[in-house]
Design a protein around this ligand. Structure first.
Ligand code: ATP
Length: 238
């Protein structure tokens, strides 16, 4: 698929002498939700970190048709390739509002920032209610919403979400996945990394199964969710 928003071919990442990704290839089409599922230690975080430019990698990755290797971390963000990290990396002793405004630090137009802030508050009424509260005092689900909201302040085109459901209660997990689906509805493409395979595949167009640094399976999300190899390993054998 040459028109993919993101196209990754034969990506290798090392931690010192240990190779964590052994030649991963994947594609993300504009307007899609693509999930990468797999167990602990499969290399999911490593993959997103490499695509965000915070870890060095080898291979060919193109974003909007351009080689990713030519783009700095900041340039990737400026062009809309934005990571919401697993640990959320919020500033706990700053307010919700200030955390959101930090997401827009590179933006020049004040009116644009205000419009984006209004949009985030519209999407997450709970953040509006708590805009003066310190981020460190939010619940886990609210912190995840804030991390996604902060990323939205950069006007992302391709949002990379690292385990957004991690550590959250089932009802909140559902809420987070509803939010992910609503992002696609508003034109944001999503690359989602998840251990919660069932919920991830349910909202995705396409999926990849990553195990010990290799893509073991891939296909339309519905087909993957029905594949016996996936159901027995990742969906509780149903
Ligand atoms: P998890 O869901 O536990 O975060 P993951 O699929 O995201 O798992 P990674 O965190 O990308 O997996 O880890 C992939 C492999 O790389 C693992 O074997 C891990 O031990 C190793 N690894 C990750 N970070 C480092 C590091 N900073 N130094 C050395 N090895 C690392």
């Amino acid at each position: 698929m040459s028109g993919a928003l993101l196209s990754v071919q034969d990506l290798h990442v090392n931690y010192g002498r240990v190779e964590a990704l052994h030649g991963v290839s994947l594609e993300v089409g504009a307007g899609q939700i693509v999930s990468v599922i797999g167990p602990n230690g499969a290399g999911k975080t490593t993959l997103l970190s490499a695509l965000a430019g915070v870890l060095p990698s080898r291979g060919a990755a193109r974003y909007q048709g351009e080689p990713l290797s030519a783009l700095s971390v900041e340039e990737r963000v400026r062009r809309g390739l934005v990571l919401v990290p697993e640990k959320r990396e919020l500033f706990g002793s700053m307010t919700v509002a200030d955390n959101l405004l930090l997401g827009s630090y590179s933006r020049r137009s004040r009116s644009r920032v205000k419009a984006d802030l209004d949009e985030v508050y519209q999407r997450f009424p709970r953040l509006l209610e708590r805009r003066g509260q310190l981020a460190g005092t939010l619940s886990g689900g609210e912190q995840q919403m804030l991390a996604i909201g902060r990323a939205l302040m950069t006007s992302p085109k391709l949002l990379m979400l690292d385990e957004p459901s991690l550590g959250l209660a089932p009802i909140i997990v559902r809420e987070i996945f509803n939010i992910v689906e609503s992002l696609r509805g508003s034109g944001v493409t999503v690359l989602l990394v998840e251990q919660n395979a069932r919920a991830a595949l349910a909202c995705s167009d396409h999926g990849y199964v990553l195990e010990t640094g290799d893509v073991k399976l891939s296909g339309p999300a519905q087909a993957l969710a029905a594949d016996p190899a996936v159901t027995s390993a990742y969906l509780g054998g149903e």
